[in-house]
Design a protein around this ligand. Sequence first.
Ligand SMILES: NC(=O)c1ccc[n+]([C@@H]2O[C@H](COP(=O)([O-])OP(=O)(O)OC[C@H]3O[C@@H](n4cnc5c(N)ncnc54)[C@H](O)[C@@H]3O)[C@@H](O)[C@H]2O)c1
Length: 564
Amino acid sequence: MPRSKTKPASQTKTEPSPALVSVCPNNAKFPLPSEADYAKEFKRLQRAVGQQRRMGREIVVVMGVGFVGAVMAGVVADAVDAQGQPSKFVIGMQRPSRRSFWKIAYLNRGVAPVEADDPEVARMIRRCVLEKKTLTATFTYDVLALADVVVVDVQCDYHKDTFGNVRQGRADIQALEECLKIIGEKIGPDCMVLIETTVPPGTTEYVAYPIVKKEFERRGLGDREPLLAHSFERVMPGRNYVASIRDFWRVCSGVNPEARKRVVAFLSEVLNVEKFPLTVLDRPLESETCKIVENSYRAAILAFMHEWSVFAERNGVDIVKVLKAIKVRPTHSNIMFPGPGIGGYCLPKDGGLGLWSYHTLMGFNDEIFKITPAAIDINDTRGMHVAQLVRDALRNMGKIVAASRVALLGASYREDVGDTRYSGSEVVVRKLAEMGADVEVYDPYLKHWWEFEKQDTYPAPGHSLSRFFRNQHRLQELRMHREMATTLMGADAVVFAVRHEVFLSIDPDAVVKMAGKPVAVVDCFGILDDDQIRRYFELGCEVKGLGRGHVKRIKDEVRGNSPR
Ligand SMILES: NC(=O)c1ccc[n+]([C@@H]2O[C@H](COP(=O)([O-])OP(=O)(O)OC[C@H]3O[C@@H](n4cnc5c(N)ncnc54)[C@H](O)[C@@H]3O)[C@@H](O)[C@H]2O)c1
């Protein structure tokens, strides 16, 4: 869930009914638009578009202003032509749902609706909305009629029915289908529609094309071919958020030669293609497959490291040093340590979209996929092993998990971002709660952990991981600590779950002081160096870590049990 540092004031003096307001992450309320607002809003947009066209600017509508769409809208609105003049006018379009309407209000005030470590995100949005006036946002689908280009950045989820078995699940392409139908109803026939959403391979040709084509026929435009294109995002929300969209290689394709020509022209005008040339593929099916293979490859090499991490733990090997030694080889430099699970929005689901496409869109019944689903299942369940390490470390100190107080440091899916989507830490907390622990959490990037606070409705009703564990009800009361000291106070165990920079240099003496006693320490991400591990043992603590089999050797040295 994105957060914002800016705190907009409430919109109305009299409190509207909760059903009619959208509440932003800072708890400010924004009333949803009424019927009468739509006509007024469309007039505002028509006026703005008229002015912008007179300045020779192309009109671009970005549908879905979430993590990807909001920043892509900014990048397009910030683009300039050869004379250094803005070449596009961008309208971010967002459904006026209770969950998301506030993003429109934020954007129209020049405030980014996503929290980012990259200061350029906030600067760019403010610049485009308030200074260059090349970016605005709206709730009305009628805006589509004004577009020369539509960029689709709505979500496409993959729902898993069981824990740790991606085969039992399905792609949820409903939001995308609804969006495409409305696009077909409203756009002009010359409008180019660029799908950036990560989709099951085949979606642009086998789902989007027939939907838009049928709407064209219904409107008497049967002789016109929809100009549909696909180009996936490689955005990485983090320190280089903006650059990961603008200054990065892109793959694209179109359903016909005209669509391909248009998408190449558009991307060349808004991205840094001189330094990062485009790869143009023949068909959208190929570009869609490219995205799924790219992310499945990453998921697979991380899952593969899980088994060697367990091997290391059980045989006195420090996997962190092993990986460091391997990375010296240029051919193996991207080998990675998997941490407590592989989160983020993309890696846990994208392989599932591929499997679903093979069976559902392509109509095959056999099971050619072995590695892709196995990788996702291993990554989804790795957090369970952390709970076992907490159990074993506490046991070595004569304690049990039930009723122990466990301090978890880090809730995000990766270092130095405030994004908890599908983070390994969530599984760790759920399993420890199932075993009876009291869990306290601190993450310097997060004020809320919605996966727990709103677990009945987040990420969607019926989709919380809580349904796979017992003892989850009271996790709704989980609140993020604002300080590390209060999190650690009275802790029996401390779990280092994310490699946030502030966690790398924490002094063991300070941890024991804050806890008020020796603690069981579990390192999930190669965070502790050998000196820190040694010091924890000297202080009477117990240490365990994912892939860190050598800790036993350090313990024996400290306690004078070395074989020599
Ligand atoms: N987040 C990432 O790091 C990342 C990276 C690469 C690719 N992607 C892909 O980009 C796509 C978007 O991801 P995201 O992280 O921005 O998702 P998100 O959930 O943050 O944003 C999607 C937005 O679309 C809006 N929306 C849904 N239906 C709509 C409709 N009919 N009309 C208008 N708006 C609608 C939602 O309200 C939401 O604001 C996904 O396919 C994702 O896999 C994401």
